[in-house]
Design a protein around this ligand. Structure first.
Ligand code: XIL
Length: 386
């Protein structure tokens, strides 16, 4: 995707002597051209993490053309920089539970084995979601009791399968159950419509955690959602739900809140991010950054920009902002509550953002698996180097 531009004009060469960064941004050069890997000095991200907090990455696996298990380039980076793995797709309901009476674990087991043999843990993603469901669940006909039974056996079958070894250490039990709208305008977003809500009612929320906890009492159970660092009304809904779980006479076994953090260069504001982390930390639960990536060519309203290559100037802005976000996390989340930080993909070319737009560069490594300034940003944030 990124094309190195080799045709330097003579004036540009002169400028380079004065200030390489400035010239690079004017000429629209990519990160490989001027920010040589030598300037990026990160031997290993996870070794910089304070108190061994997990540093994770979402990986393609299974039948994906870019599967980690078939890709030596990706393996090198994963082994070097990350202590935890999340399956980008293959541990979602449609993959693990393709038919009512059949689970499919072969691909996930291969990934979990890979993690175990490389000394890494796995964050399980995800058990209950409105999306990524197999057709048989979407089409299931039954009353609330039958639906509750379906959900419980779905969760139990999956969590119990991975419970024995200490590799899958945590799960996103509920994923994205809060809507992006606040129809009654009470300052708190609504619950998202889904087959679970429609067929079981609000009781499905707590029941999901109870089923997961019964199947693996050692696993840390998270709630995972997007845009909660920048949308107070959405975070309000998450915190209300968590508050209800905690104040239940028989407290619901939830251990953490995961901020996906699909952020943009200009959104959310860093003050807003800090405030959101602080509010979530006040629950006493663990807080995880679960799916960090940063679009650089999409604005706060979701409008696409006109960038066709990642300029050094923008790559450096991305670096600085990633560093700020990591610092905010470390500042606001007490050590005992840090569930760790995971990025949503290895190299830019793999990013799910590329399926929406070819002109995005959201991750830590470029299309050729070379480190980007973003990697240095994450490292500096972790090491608290300024
Ligand atoms: C995305 C994957 O990255 C894509 O490959 C897939 O097509 C759709 O799902 N929030 C989540 C993740 O919880 O599961 C999503 O992953 C990204 C948004």
């Amino acid at each position: 995707m990124i094309k190195a531009k080799k045709q330097f004009a003579i004036p540009a060469l002169l400028f380079m002597a004065v200030g390489a960064l400035l010239v690079a941004s004017c000429a629209g050069l990519d990160t490989r051209t001027l920010l040589a890997p030598a300037e990026i000095d990160v031997p290993s991200l996870y070794q910089l993490a304070p108190h061994d907090m997990p540093i994770g990455v979402a990986v393609p696996a299974g039948k994906a053309r870019n599967s980690l298990l078939k890709s030596p380039e990706r393996q090198v980076l994963v082994n070097q920089h990350f202590s935890q793995i999340t399956a980008e797709n293959i541990m979602k309901p449609s993959y693990l539970h393709p038919a009512a009476n059949r689970f499919f674990f072969a691909d996930a087991d291969a990934l979990v084995d890979y993690a175990a043999s490389h000394g890494k843990t796995v964050h399980g993603h995800t058990l209950v979601w409105h999306y990524g469901l197999p057709a048989w669940i979407v089409e299931f006909k039954g009353d609330a009791v039958a639906w509750s039974g379906l959900m419980a056996s779905h969760i139990t079958g999956i969590v119990a399968h991975f419970a024995d070894e200490d590799v899958v250490v945590s799960w996103d039990v509920l994923n994205e159950v809060i809507a992006d709208v606040d129809e009654d305008r009470d300052g708190t977003n609504d619950l998202r419509r889904s087959v679970w809500l429609d067929n079981i009612g609000t009781g499905y929320l707590a029941a999901a955690y109870r089923a997961a906890h019964a199947a693996d009492p050692d696993a840390e159970l998270y709630y995972n959602d997007y845009h909660i660092a920048g949308t107070p009304a959405k975070l309000n809904a998450v915190l209300d739900m968590v508050g209800e779980f905690q104040s239940d006479p028989d407290p619901v076994p939830i251990h953490g809140i995961a901020f996906q953090m699909h952020v943009r260069l200009d959104w959310p504001d860093i003050k807003q991010i800090k405030a959101s982390f602080a509010r979530a930390a006040a629950t006493g639960l663990k807080i995880k950054i679960s799916e960090l990536d940063m679009s650089v060519n999409t604005d706060r309203r979701g409008r696409r920009g006109s960038m066709k290559a990642l300029s050094v100037a923008v790559a450096v802005q991305q670096q600085k902002r990633i560093e700020q976000i990591i610092s905010a996390y470390l500042d606001e989340i007490p050590e005992a509550q840090r569930g760790g930080i995971s990025v949503w993909g290895i190299a830019d070319a793999d990013s799910w953002q590329r399926t929406e737009s070819p002109d995005e560069w959201p991750l830590l490594f470029d299309d050729e698996f070379k480190p980007k300034p973003a990697l240095q940003g994450l490292a500096n944030g972790l090491a608290r180097r300024r």
